[in-house]
Ligand binder design. Structure first.
Ligand SMILES: *Cc1c(COP(=O)(O)O)cnc(C)c1O
Length: 396
């Protein structure tokens, strides 16, 4: 596969494992075992059972009739919002918690920004009776109180990161410090296609169930197993990686990656890494990231906490550079309009992140005979307070 990872952990010139010496044993143990474990029949049987009966897969592929009429094309929504815990993240945490168990680990750590990955991790740890520690920036703990409450309810310990800007990148530093100090018994569940090899590849494989199901569902509904376009939002890039995965080497499928422009590309308040980023190393891999002249990571901004990340995973950096994927960016305002549009046309309240993908529908130029799949990565429950406020529905 041309766009998949190579044996050294690279996608073109991006990827690799740029890690401190002290993490080498952990990462190496995972690298040597992950493919072998994922292929074991017992592992697959348990994973498939959990995806079906616990997560609720396969998720529907829904033909959005009124939305299609509006854009004069044929739009299908891949309903990841219907997964247990409300987004695609659990596809990955279920896979990685089984991986941790196979490696004999007793303690799970994770970092989270918006809290969605923290909730998905705390959920599978409750299920598997494993200790769970989630690092989260102090600022994010305040901003994302409902998800903090869910994690606590699930029995996880939420540890505030109090250094730097007290957000996601600081939480990541804390998680890595913990991992270095507890190499024997601890497994680090990373929530997107980021981090040192083999994480980006492993997470992409766990999320690839999305495009695997799409192929079968499209065959049944349209008579061919591929669409003309797959559209997905990109924070770190895991839902997009899953939606693109089985189409990466099929050039007849146009892959559309949608980033958050925040208040606008030139506003200084943005998270559109493909436009604003430069090559560098973040979280152990070479990729595109937003940084200052002297290489300090820039604080990103988006109204959607899940897209508020200063980099993209190495697979996406390569898809951008090789022009295999088309990159678009969408402002806060455009995403909010797309939220209202989907809600009122289809009766589905999307997550703010997913709304960025929906907002790109007007920009791709799909024709009346073409088929577009939008990966609806999550549901909007977590964003309701923002919606009520921004749409002035409070007190009505
Ligand atoms: C976390 C999240 C994202 C962004 O993460 P990716 O790894 O880029 O998929 C997108 N949508 C939802 C609903 C999320 O929770």
């Amino acid at each position: 596969m041309k766009y998949a990872v190579d044996e050294n952990g690279f996608y073109g010139k991006f990827g690799g494992a740029y890690i401190p010496e002290m993490l080498y044993p952990n990462v190496e143990e995972l690298r040597q075992n992950y493919l072998k474990i994922m292929q074991e029949p017992d592992f697959q049987a348990e994973l498939q059972m959990l995806l079906k009966d616990y997560v609720g897969r396969p998720t529907p592929l829904y033909f959005a009739k009124r939305l299609s009429e509006k854009y004069n094309t044929n739009i299908y929504l891949k309903r990841e919002d219907l997964n247990h815990t409300g987004a695609h993240k659990i596809n990955n945490t279920v896979g990685q918690v089984l991986m941790a168990k196979r490696l004999g680990k007793k303690r799970i750590i994770a970092e989270t920004g918006a809290g969605q990955h923290g909730v998905a991790t705390a959920t599978v740890c409750a299920l598997m009776d494993l200790e769970c520690i989630v690092y989260m920036g102090e600022v994010d703990i305040e901003r994302q109180a409902p998800n903090v409450a869910r994690m606590k309810m699930l029995g996880a310990t939420v540890v505030p990161a109090t250094s730097g800007s007290k957000t996601l990148k600081d939480a990541t530093n804390e998680a890595i410090r913990d991992w270095i100090n507890n190499p024997e018994d601890t497994y680090y569940i990373i929530g997107s296609v980021v981090g040192p090899h083999p994480y980006p590849d492993m997470v992409a494989r766990f999320q690839s169930v999305i495009s695997e199901e799409m192929m079968a569902q499209l065959s049944e509904k349209t008579g061919r197993d591929y669409p003309d376009y797959v559209v997905a939002c990109v924070g770190g890039g895991s839902n997009a990686a899953g939606a693109f995965y089985h189409y990466l080497d099929r050039p007849e499928v146009k892959l559309v990656a949608v980033e958050a422009a925040g208040l606008g590309i030139d506003s200084g308040e943005s998270a559109a890494t493909s436009v604003l980023g430069k090559e560098g190393i973040i979280h152990g891999s070479r990729t595109l990231l937003m940084q200052t002249e002297d290489g300090q990571v820039t604080e990103p901004y988006s109204i959607s906490a899940g897209l508020d990340y200063p980099g993209v995973g190495p697979m996406h950096a390569h898809l951008f550079e090789s022009k295999r994927a088309i990159f678009k960016n969408i402002t806060d305002e455009e995403a909010l309009q797309a939220v209202l549009e989907l809600t009122r046309l289809e009766g589905i309240i999307p997550a703010l992140e997913s709304a960025h993908a929906l907002a790109a529908l007007g920009r791709i130029g799909a024709g009346p005979d073409e088929v577009v799949v939008v990966n609806l990565s999550g549901r909007g429950d977590k964003d309701l307070a923002t919606y009520l406020d921004r749409f002035q529905l409070n007190g009505k």
